[in-house]
Design a protein around this ligand. Structure first.
Ligand code: 3HC
Length: 290
């Protein structure tokens, strides 16, 4: 089997970035999403990002054309055919993940490996709906996926060594460093990071200014972004889903999600992507206040 086609299922914030990272490394990539609007938005986002890079001088027009030449979009899940690796990046809900894996398993080549970009759901549970649980594992990217150097590798209970080796080799080719993360909620990074963001949200709920909480961690710990702006950046819904996963998975009250996050999500304040989170954003995604 030729190992040059990668399919990324899901064209949201993560799927779009993962597809970009693979195309940049020279893989032939198809980014699939059954929502037409998601595909249009993904294409627009990549175009805008690359145009900014060209204007800034960090990318040439030739390189832009070369990468875009490796990247196609599709609304048809059957286009996973021919891919040696399928990366699932659909919303972080176990039912949606399982449904997607079931369909992809039916359509993909028999030898293909299917990985989930879940940030903390059980790989073994997701793999259980397929006829190839040994060829399923977790490959968790960080946002923004083309920039962040880490890939968490998560083996399910029956993931084979061959599958692990395939994904590790792929990670090296797209320039990521891997860590072996345990198959427990939050894996490695989110188990440490998300409770910190949650605690920061509690401080805002108790009356602290978001700017103060962010400056405290940026200037006191050299974090590139404060925990509140990072929550807006990755999406309040995504962060809350991960925190809820920790709470339900460990059955431990130390992971209780901050009620303010729940209220914000219920009211449609999802962070940068919705234009309003802890801060306000203009149409270009620039912060314009709190
Ligand atoms: N997609 C692709 N590339 C992006 C990008 C995006 N959304 N945002 C920025 N970049 C690229 C820029 O194009 C630029 O590339 P260039 O040097 O080739 O021109 C480069 O990144 C640097 O960008 P900027 O100069 O605009 O900005 P900064 O130097 O401030 O860097 C940042 C931006 C890398 C996002 C930095 O602020 C950062 O490291 N933030 C913290 C990110 C973080 O903590 N991520 C983890 C989130 S948790 C998570 O992902 C868990 C998951 O489960 C949700």
């Amino acid at each position: 089997m030729e190992k040059n086609k990668v399919a990324v299922v899901g064209a949201g914030l993560m799927g779009n970035g993962i597809a970009q990272a693979c195309a940049t490394a020279g893989y032939e990539v198809v980014n699939i999403d059954t929502f037409e609007a998601a595909i249009e938005k993904a294409q627009e986002t990549v175009e805008k990002l690359f145009n900014r890079k060209v204007a800034k001088g960090s990318m040439t027009e030739e390189r832009k054309a070369e990468i875009l030449g490796h990247l196609t979009y599709s609304g048809d899940l059957a286009d996973v055919k021919g891919a040696f690796l399928i990366i699932e990046a659909v919303p972080e809900k176990i039912e949606i993940k399982k449904e997607t894996f079931k369909k992809v398993d039916e359509l993909a080549d028999l030898e293909a490996v299917i990985v989930s970009n879940t940030s903390g759901l059980s790989i073994s549970e997701i793999a259980s709906v397929t006829n190839r649980p040994d060829k399923v594992m977790g490959a968790h990217f960080f946002y923004p996926a083309p920039v962040m150097k880490l890939l968490e590798l998560v083996r399910g209970l029956v993931t084979s060594d061959e599958t692990y080796d395939t994904v590790k080799e792929f990670a090296g080719k797209i320039g990521k460093t891997t860590v072996d993360a345990p198959e427990f909620p939050g894996f490695m990074v989110n188990r440490i990071l998300v409770p910190m963001q949650n605690e920061a949200a509690f401080m805002v709920m108790e009356g602290s200014k978001p700017e103060d909480v962010d400056n405290a961690m940026k200037l006191g710990c050299n974090h590139p972004m404060g925990p509140i702006e990072l929550t807006d950046f990755v999406g309040i819904d995504t962060m809350l889903a991960t925190m809820t996963g920790l709470y339900n998975g460990f059955h431990d009250s130390k992971y209780r999600p901050c009620p303010l996050l729940e209220t914000m999500v219920k009211s449609g304040m999802l962070g940068k992507k919705s234009g309003q989170g802890f801060y306000k954003y203009d149409k270009k995604g620039n912060k314009i206040g709190s």
